[in-house]
Design a protein around this ligand. Sequence first.
Ligand SMILES: [Zn+2]
Length: 116
Amino acid sequence: MPVESSVAGAIKKDYDAGMGYKELAKKYRMSFRDLSKVLKEEGSVVVTKRELEEVRSQIKNLEERLDKASYLIRHALGNNKITFKCPLCKEWSYLKLLDIEDSKMWACEKCRRVPF
Ligand SMILES: [Zn+2]
């Protein structure tokens, strides 16, 4: 039985506060089986459109911040010729503007791959 995420959160909060299955079943009008699924996070959870929009908005915000951080790092390391340890080849290297797949990209000088 799908449960709204806010209800699932309330059930978990009550359970963590010490409420037993019997009390939870009565309060939320649910079977022990469904309560067990909610508490083990195995059951389906219904997310409201508002919650979904909030998550989408947070993801978009994180993408924008990540893009800015990536831009900052690429240009700071690349333009100032600062060495970095490449997360792909694990070598100390420099970021260089290289021709990769028909475009110029900041890439690891040693493995010629874009590290982020
Ligand atoms: Zn590399």
